[in-house]
Design a protein around this ligand. Structure first.
Ligand code: SAM
Length: 286
């Protein structure tokens, strides 16, 4: 049966350089019935720069659940809509997830218009392994929550990618050096595609020193990438299995027994299993 719904176009927009708005994105933004955006003034300026006249509707974290059903009803009635965020690809640490999910559940057509994304732009120039990576978005702003998340990532072998704000990057790097290891290779990619684009490379300790001594390194928008824990560094044993096993064992057994069993089953050195158990909150581990 032919699809008779309208299409929700999910359109990526520039993360700095306006030349990155693709010709296809420009055409679709001009053709749809309405553009759904985070900030109507911000997106209005973007569209005006391309001579695109459009009706704009606002969708943000605080109204998304409320406005999504009405937008889905319009899609089902045959209207085409475009979803954009302030910059980059919608849904990636940006609004849109609830709308896309509701549209999918209702059977509406959804189609991407790919383009800029700070995540992929940073990965593409970092020079860290890209065959596998873990996108962690923004970590909690509070030190306790941030440290807990970094602690849980200590054994992660994939390249880690974080979004961070300039005024918090020094605290972030200090906690990352502590939780992941000061000698871990890392990259700070700031102001990508903009006038002051800079990519700093070094160990976490070196990047921390940089942001402590160079105010420019803390300015603007940035992505922090950290090399995963190297296999050689990780020693013997099956860490993926350990990551699955230990939380479940800690729920069912006293911590010392959970550590003993996880050590035997995963083959990972006991000290490492013990440290992971502590990070997972297993008090009473001996
Ligand atoms: N969805 C967007 C995307 O795909 O790029 C990301 C939105 S998120 C709210 C904003 C964060 O992305 C910033 O705090 C920063 O970490 C990163 N970011 C956005 N633009 C950037 C740029 N030009 N250079 C470096 N990082 C950037």
């Amino acid at each position: 049966m032919a699809n008779t719904t309208g299409t929700l176009w999910v359109v990526a927009t520039p993360i700095g350089n306006l030349e990155d708005l693709s010709p296809r994105a420009q055409r679709i933004l001009g053709e749809v019935a309405q553009v759904v955006c985070e900030d109507t003034r911000h997106s209005g300026r973007l569209l005006a720069a391309f001579g695109i006249k459009q009706r704009l509707a606002s969708l943000h974290e605080h109204n998304e659940s409320r406005v999504a059903p009405g937008l889905v009803a319009r899609l089902l009635a045959g209207e085409d809509l475009a979803l954009v965020s302030d910059a980059g690809t919608p849904l990636l640490s940006d609004p849109g997830y609830r709308l896309v999910r509701a549209a999918a559940e209702a059977g509406a057509a959804i189609s991407p218009v790919p383009g800029p994304s700070a995540l992929l732009a940073a990965l593409s120039v970092a020079g860290l392994p890209t065959d596998r990576f873990a996108f962690e978005g923004f970590l909690p702003a509070r030190a306790g929550g941030r440290r807990a998340r970094l602690g849980a990532l200590g054994q992660e072998p994939r390249t880690l990618v974080f979004f961070e704000a300039g005024n918090r990057v020094t605290d972030f790097l200090a906690d990352a050096a502590e939780g992941l290891g000061a000698e871990r290779e890392a990259v700070l990619a700031r102001e990508l595609t903009k006038l002051h684009e800079t990519v700093y490379r070094g160990t976490l300790a070196e990047l921390l020193e940089r942001t402590r001594t160079d105010p420019d390194a803390c300015r603007g928008e940035m992505v922090v990438l950290v090399a995963g824990r190297a296999e050689a560094q990780a020693g013997g044993g099956d860490r993926a299995l350990l990551q699955q096993l230990l939380p479940a064992l800690l729920e069912e057994l006293p911590p010392s027994r959970a550590v003993k069993l996880a050590t035997r089953l995963s083959g990972v050195p006991r000290r490492e299993v013990y440290e992971l158990a502590l990070r997972l909150g297993g008090s009473g581990v001996q």
